[in-house]
Ligand binder design. Sequence first.
Ligand code: FAD
Length: 294
Amino acid sequence: MKTVLERLNGSNPVFSVEFFPPRDAADELVLWRAIRELEALDPAFVSITYGAGGSSRDRTIRTTGRVAQETTLVPMAHLTAVDHSVAELRNVIGWYAAVGVRNILAVRGDPPGDPNGEWVRHPSGLTYAEELVRLCRELGDFCVGVAAFPYGHPRSADLDTDTKYLVGKLRAGADFAIAQLFFQPEDFLRLRDRVDALGCDTVLLPGLMPLTTPRTLAKTVELSGAPVPDVVARRLDPYADDPAAFRTAGIDLVTEMGERLLAEGVPGLHFYTLNRSKATREVVARLGLVPARA
Ligand SMILES: Cc1cc2nc3c(=O)[nH]c(=O)nc-3n(C[C@H](O)[C@H](O)[C@H](O)COP(=O)(O)OP(=O)(O)OC[C@H]3O[C@@H](n4cnc5c(N)ncnc54)[C@H](O)[C@@H]3O)c2cc1C
């Protein structure tokens, strides 16, 4: 089983995809259709998020294990420190290792119920992702990733402080970082410059979501923490009531972002798929990121 870093260090740029664990049997069918459709395009890795509040955790472990054991894909399991003691975290990491997972995205997580509420550490748990990175490193030969935020994490006082802590967790042993959603390539490139200015050259991957519907645009606002910039609004707003035209304009926009980022030398693009494959397949085909045979 290859590591994420090995897959990113090839001679050509790659793409990767992110899924969330299915809630029920119907969701599971949809997810597995998307996984199989994308498998044919040889993504560098597929990541499975780790739910807040406990409910989806078993499904994350099960789904990541199935990807490891039943597909040709390289899985990456997310892990959070939410409501977990260190003993429980060790246990989950042990499960990941047991099902053949070598890649972990170590994120702190948000308070269950209210993501903006006060973060309360489990009495025997961890406070920051940096500690989770160290724990993963201690427990095995894992390739470990972390989260990065082009506009700064919402809890950070300012961009300098945000960058300082990001570099802290990279230096704690992370092999790469994946960026939260953003609207313009420059937003990601400025993050990369800030990290670079602190003397850190760890790989940063941009995260993109195909903007196929007004809902995906709203999701980007919610996750990025930034309003839609005028330059994006001017391209999408005219089609708010025309789903087909919105989708075309949104896919064009994300494809152009991908082109610019690849021209700026990123080793890969990470796609937030919402467990569907069609839009991602279209974008990566247009960007020439799929094998010729696919
Ligand atoms: C690519 C990606 C994947 C994600 N996957 C998931 C998932 O699967 N499940 C899930 O629940 N959530 C997920 N998240 C969301 C993430 O859990 C939240 O954004 C969370 O609020 C922050 O996580 P973090 O790992 O960046 O935290 P941290 O790096 O711990 O940072 C949290 C805050 O504390 C500050 N900070 C960090 N270190 C220190 C320090 N040493 N001293 C003082 N302050 C510090 C940071 O600047 C930041 O403001 C994901 C986010 C991204 C970008």
